[in-house]
Every structure is written in structure tokens, then in C-alpha cells.
Design a protein around this ligand. Sequence first.
Ligand code: PRP
Ligand code: ZN
Length: 294
Amino acid sequence: MTTERIRIALQKSGRMADNSMELLIKCGLHVDRSREELFCRIKELPVDLLLIRDDDIPGFVSDGVCDLGIVGENVFAERRAGAKEAFGASILERLNFSHCRLSIAVPENGPISSVADLANKTIATSYPNLLQAFLNENNIQAHKLEMSGSVEVAPRLRIADAICDIVASGATLMANNLRELTTVLKSEALLIRSSAMLSPEKEAVIRRLLARMRGAVMAEDSKYIMLNAPRSAVEKIAKLLPGCDSPTILDLNRGDMVAIHAACKEAVFWETVEKLQAAGATGILVVPIEKMTA
Ligand code: PRP
Ligand code: ZN
């Protein structure tokens, strides 16, 4: 009997490729990428990986060539916005990495200072469908110049008045003397699935994988905090612990001091550590969590 295997589409190289692969490794899938193959068979679970261009991922999943895909929301939303019929793929989980945004940007000291000023201007973009939807929503008529890359140079070449492109750190905009006018879409990595009916075996594998992914995503920012505190400060300290409902309080057999242990589901910043100290905490230890379940 052959078990049915799940197929996952992933970005082969680029911004999201490493993070996507890292997530799968955290889910216990051993990926041997040394040979740079397009196709990877996973030993631990009935899963195969297809490494392709990110623009192709939504289509591969909606056509049912792959059952799942990991792709940027920007790419997914653009494809869905451009689909003539109902799109055959939907979002299964937000993965909380590769955060970026699709924004409209204009020359630093140019004449455009508001969204309304975009009327009758030319906007260069690789995201024509999302840009058009934005223009429609804002009742603006403008020209679109479709480019597949290097969009940021269009204003300098005087072939466009503005651009609509991905911004992550903002370095590209700065290097090209552009400033953000408005955000069209906020984006992060998504796990998407095909809308096709799948066999119960495949559904079971997807459920297992999804549970592991959720565990890995939840653990991402999580930290385990251990500290000592005067018993009188416990209540105040418990309130300062980010994303934690019930810390463990341990007796220290040393006068009035207790130890507090807590799994925090949110990032622990220096600010928090300082507040904990101010509240009386000493010997603060913050350690990473590798896996977490609800
Ligand atoms: C995107 C975008 C910008 C850059 C923005 O390109 O088109 O060029 O990233 O990032 P930053 O704000 O951190 O500078 P990407 O690297 O995805 O390549 P592409 O344009 O060739 O698709
Ligand atoms: Zn770019």
C-alpha cells in the first residue's frame, strides 16, 4: 500500500526561502538541500517539498498541484486579486515572519504629498492588481506602469511619478530618495492550502503539520523567565510578565523570598526586565523556548 504524500510549495531562493525552510526544520522535518534540488522527499512524514519561484506558489496550490504552500501575503493577495474566478487556495495560518508592507512611495521633495495627488499620475509596480484595488477604493484614476523588478528606479528615470512596491527595512526607499506615502497592504508569511477535497489521510497529515507549525510559531517570541522576588512583590511582578497567565511560585526556604517561573508567550524586552528589577526581582534569567503547545 502506498501512503498518499502531501506536497508543499516553497520559495526556492529569496527573502523568504531560509525562514520557510527553518520553520519546517523546527517542525521536525529533515530537509537535505545540499543538492539544490527542486524536489525534496521528507523521511519523517509523508511530505514532499517543491522548491519554486514565489510568484508560482499561489497558482500551484490553487490548481491543486501542491496541497500546501508557504508564501508572502503580498504575493498571495496579488494573485487572488487578479483571479478571474473564485481562487482555489485559502489562508490556513499566519506564520509571523517575513513581515513587510506594500506601500506607495514618492520622490522625497516632489509635488505629491497626499493620496489625492496621485490622480492622473503614473505609478510603477509589480503589483498591478493590488494597486488597482487600492486606487478603486480611493476613487483615484491613475496610470499603472508594470515592471517585474527594480521598480524603485522608475521615478529617477522619469518613467513614473510614484511607485507601489514592497518595503521591509526601508533601505531601498532611502537609497533612492523616496518616501512612503501610504501603506496598501501589510504582509507576512502565510501557510496556504488548496481548496480541493483531500483524502482523510492527507487531512490528517495536514492537521499534524499545522499543530507543529503553531507550536513553532508560538514558541518563536516566547521565553521562559526565572527570577527571585520578595513574596510581597509577587502580584506586581506577575502583572509585568508578558503573555503569561499563571506563573509558578516556589518557596525558597530563605525568609521572605520566592522564586517565580513563567512561560511568556510574548517577547521579553529589556524594558520589561528593568521594570521587573524595579519591582524587586533579582537573579532574572530569560531563556528561549523551543516548542510550545496551547
Ligand atoms: C523588495 C522590494 C525592494 C526591497 C525592499 O525586493 O522590491 O526592492 O525588497 O526592502 P527594504 O525596504 O528592506 O530595502 P526583493 O528583495 O523582494 O526583490 P525583487 O524586487 O527583485 O522582487
Ligand atoms: Zn525589489
